[in-house]
Design a protein around this ligand. Structure first.
Ligand code: SF4
Ligand SMILES: [Zn+2]
Length: 283
């Protein structure tokens, strides 16, 4: 396992401990679970795949080739090498084969037709593909690399949008088996700050890109991330933990029934899921 020049000294080894504690505290994984890890090729998902493998879980990598030019090619190659070295099975889903187009084209169509900007469209499509493929791979759990910074940004963004309820499902274990046959989404890095993951990935010498996605500009999330730069990890933790205290109350007062989409059968809050609404624009 320690093939990449593991420097056990001075590593933020707390990460592995925090992940193990979060898994235990929130009962994220049951014995014998097959865990599919959604990979982006970045530090967060690569680190969590590595840690879960190290902790002895049955992991499988799942990467979507978004066709973002050289950036995607490098990510794909890095993840193929990484998974080969650690003997982790990897599935790469080709967006062009799935939907007939790369993400840039899809985003441009949606911008023209619906004036959707930023990462919304990409996020919805990725979620849809991950759910579909997690099911195909018989996953019990679908892991994403969301970290403490992402969660703190979510809390503040929802608050600033005036819709705190958007965070009602915020938790290290989202979704759940509310819809039979779907892998539960889990976020074992929920309480780990991005700065610690960066240090960890660098110390482990993971062969990954630290550059931002070429399409990630002008989004509300990017602006929020910039704006939060001055906030310490301790404050971010307080934002996330204090919001977590509110979540059970929000859930009892606001019951959201999860349905299945009439078009594709994937989980949805409405009759037709957001992904199918996007697909309709591409026809
Ligand atoms: S940053 Fe935005 S556009 Fe780029 S991969 Fe992520 S969601 Fe998609
Ligand atoms: Zn649908």
């Amino acid at each position: 396992m320690e093939k990449r020049g593991d420097k056990s000294i001075d590593l933020p080894m707390g990460i592995e401990k925090k992940v193990a504690e979060t898994i235990k505290k929130y009962s994220l994984v049951s014995e014998g679970d097959k865990i599919v890890v959604a990979l982006s090729g970045g530090k967060d998902s690569t680190s969590i795949l590595y840690i879960l493998k190290k902790l002895g879980y049955d992991v499988h990598g799942l990467l979507i080739d978004l066709h973002l030019g050289e950036w995607s090619k490098i990510h794909n190659n890095n993840m193929i090498k990484f998974c080969e070295e650690l003997e982790i099975p990897l599935t790469i889903v080709d967006l062009k084969k799935e939907l007939g187009q790369g993400i840039c084209f899809i985003k441009a169509v949606l911008k023209k037709q619906k004036n959707f900007t930023g990462c919304t469209v990409c996020g919805i499509i990725k979620r849809w593909i991950l759910n579909k493929w997690a099911k195909k791979l018989w996953a019990d759990k679908l892991v994403t690399g969301h970290n403490l910074d992402d969660e703190a940004q979510n809390v503040l963004m929802n608050f600033l949008k005036g819709n705190v309820l958007l965070g009602v499902n915020s938790s290290p274990a989202t979704g759940g088996k509310a819809v039979e046959g779907f892998a539960q989404r889990i976020k074992p890095l929920f309480f780990v700050p991005e700065s610690e993951i960066r240090k960890y990935a660098k110390a482990k010498k993971f062969d990954i890109l630290y550059d931002k996605c070429p399409c990630a500009f002008g989004t509300y999330r990017v602006e929020t991330r910039e704006w939060m730069r001055g906030i310490s990890d301790i404050e971010k933790k307080k934002i996330v933990e204090n919001f977590q205290k509110l979540v059970p109350k929000l859930r009892t007062e606001n019951v959201f029934e999860l349905k299945t989409c009439k078009e594709c059968g994937e989980p949805s809050s409405g009759e037709i899921c957001n992904a199918c609404k996007i697909f309709a624009c591409l026809k």
